[in-house]
Design a protein around this ligand. Structure first.
Ligand code: LLP
Length: 381
C-alpha cells in the first residue's frame, strides 16, 4: 500500500505524478519470482510509461522491452536496454522505424500484415541485414474488456487473421532477408480474469499442432500483455496476481522442447505505483451538484474521459465528514471529469487530492491541450 508523503506534497507545484518506487520494486520482484521458468522472457510494454526513473528500475530488474514506435525504441536504448531485448510491434511501422530497428539489430519485429513483411524484406535486403520476425496472429478471442482496448477480435485492426496465416508463413519462409522466429499474440488490455489467457493458450496449442504436422516449428511464442489491475482497491491489491497469470500459461500452454515464451506486460507492472496529485482550486455549489474543481484535467490523465475509466479519488488532507462531489478539471470540455458523485471528506480550496492507479497510460498520454504544461514527477524511493 502507498503511504503518501503529504508534507512533501505541500511544497510542490501541482499537478504532478507521484511514483512509489518501493511498490514498483516489490511488483518487479513478484514478476521475477513467478516468471522464473526456463525459456520465459518478460518484456515491459514501454507504451504504458516511459518515465526514465521507471525505465531504470525495470532495466535493473532484468526485463526486456516491447516497443511500438521508433521513439520508444530510442527511449528504451537511451535508458540502457540492449537491442537484443527489444521487440517491436505496431500495425503501421514507417520505413525509418524499420531501418532503425535493423540498424540496431533488435531482437524481433512483430509483423502485422503481408505488405509490412514485404517492406521489411525489401529494406533488410537493401541494408544487407536479416530481420528476425514474429507474425502477430489475431486469434479472435474476446478479452472481455473495454471495446477500445480489445485487440484480438477479427473486427480489430490488429494482427493477421488465422485464415491468412498459412500464406504469410509460406511467404516469410521464402524471403532471404527475413528469419521467421515465432508467433505473436495480444488480445487486449485490463484483462482481470484468466479465462481469456487460457483460451489463448488453447488456440496457440491448436496452431502449433497444425503447423507441427507440416514440419513448421517456431523458436518463440509471444503472448503479449493484458493483465489488468484492481482500480477499485489500489491499497488492498497493490500488486496484481502474477502467480495465477503465469500459472495459467504454465498449465495450459504446450511449448515445444526448448521453445521460448515471451510476455509483454505494461499496466500490471507500473499501474499501481503511480498517482496523479492535484490541488483543489475551488468548491462550487451548483443547484444539483457540488463540484470540486481541481488543477489537473484530462490533459494529465485522459483515461476517464477517453475510456470512461474510474480511478479512485482520495482527499489526502481532510478527515472531515463525508460529502458528495463531482471532481472536475479546468479544461474547457464537459468530459473533463474524474468522477461523479464521489464520496470524499469535506473538500476545501487547497486540499490535496490523489487520483490513484495512474502509473500506466497516465503521464505518457498527457497532452498540452489548452496550452497546458506537461506534468512533472515526484518519487518515493
Ligand atoms: N503488447 C501489445 C502488442 C500491446 O498493444 C499492448 C497494449 C501491450 C503489449 C501491453 O498491454 P498491457 O499489459 O498494458 O495491458 N491506453 C489504454 C491501454 C492501451 C493498450 C494498448 N496496447 C488504457 O489506458 O487503458
Amino acid at each position: 500500500m502507498t503511504n503518501f508523503p503529504i508534507s512533501e506534497f505541500e511544497n510542490q507545484c501541482t499537478p504532478f505524478y507521484f511514483y512509489d518506487i518501493t511498490l514498483l520494486r516489490r511488483t518487479l520482484d513478484e514478476i521475477k519470482r513467478y516468471s522464473n521458468h526456463p525459456g520465459y522472457h518478460v518484456h515491459y510494454a514501454v507504451k504504458a510509461n516511459v518515465n526514465p526513473v521507471i525505465l531504470g528500475e525495470i532495466l535493473n530488474a532484468g526485463l526486456g522491452v516491447d516497443c511500438v514506435s521508433g521513439g520508444e525504441v530510442e527511449a528504451a536504448m537511451k535508458a540502457g536496454f540492449s537491442a537484443d531485448k527489444i521487440v517491436f510491434a505496431g500495425v503501421g511501422k514507417s520505413d525509418w522505424e524499420i531501418e532503425m530497428g535493423l540498424t540496431h539489430d533488435i531482437a524481433c519485429f512483430n509483423v502485422e500484415s503481408l505488405p509490412e513483411l514485404e517492406v521489411i524484406q525489401e529494406i533488410a535486403a537493401k541494408m544487407q541485414k536479416v530481420a528476425r520476425v514474429a507474425l502477430r496472429v489475431n486469434p479472435n478471442i474476446d478479452a472481455h474488456t473495454h471495446h477500445y482496448i480489445t485487440t484480438g477480435l477479427a473486427e480489430n485492426k490488429f494482427g493477421i487473421n488465422i485464415e491468412k496465416l498459412d500464406d504469410i508463413i509460406e511467404a516469410a519462409m521464402k524471403m532471404s532477408n527475413v528469419e521467421l522466429q515465432g508467433l505473436h499474440f495480444h488480445i487486449g488490455s485490463q484483462i482481470t480474469i484468466n479465462d481469456p489467457f487460457k483460451l489463448l493458450s488453447e488456440k496457440i496449442n491448436e496452431l502449433q499442432a497444425k503447423y507441427g504436422k507440416k514440419g513448421i516449428t517456431f523458436k518463440s511464442i509471444n503472448v503479449g500483455g493484458g493483465l489488468g489491475i484492481d482500480y477499485d482497491n489500489p491499497n488492498e491489491n497493490d500488486i496484481p496476481d502474477f502467480y495465477s497469470y503465469f500459472n495459467t500459461f504454465k498449465k495450459y500452454l504446450k511449448l515445444n522442447e526448448g521453445q521460448e515464451l515471451h510476455f509483454e506486460l505494461g499496466r500490471s507492472i507500473v499501474g499501481q505505483c503511480g498517482s496523479l496529485i492535484t490541488r483543489v482550486l475551488y468548491v462550487k455549489e451548483g443547484t444539483e451538484k457540488k463540484f470540486a474543481i481541481v488543477d489537473a484535467g484530462f490533459t494529465e490523465l485522459i483515461r476517464p474521459a477517453l475510456y470512461q475509466a474510474h480511478h479512485n479519488i482520495e482527499n489526502l488532507t481532510s478527515n472531515d465528514e463525508i460529502e458528495k462531489y463531482d471532481v472536475v478539471g479546468p479544461i474547457c470540455e464537459s468530459s473533463d471529469c474524474f468522477g461523479e458523485d464521489e464520496m470524499l471528506p469535506k473538500v476545501k480550496r487547497g486540499d490535496i487530492i490523489a487520483i490513484r492507479s495512474a502509473g500506466a497510460y497516465g503521464e505518457i498520454m498527457a497532452s498540452q491541450y489548452n496550452c497546458r504544461k506537461l506534468p512533472k514527477s515526484v518519487y518515493k524511493m
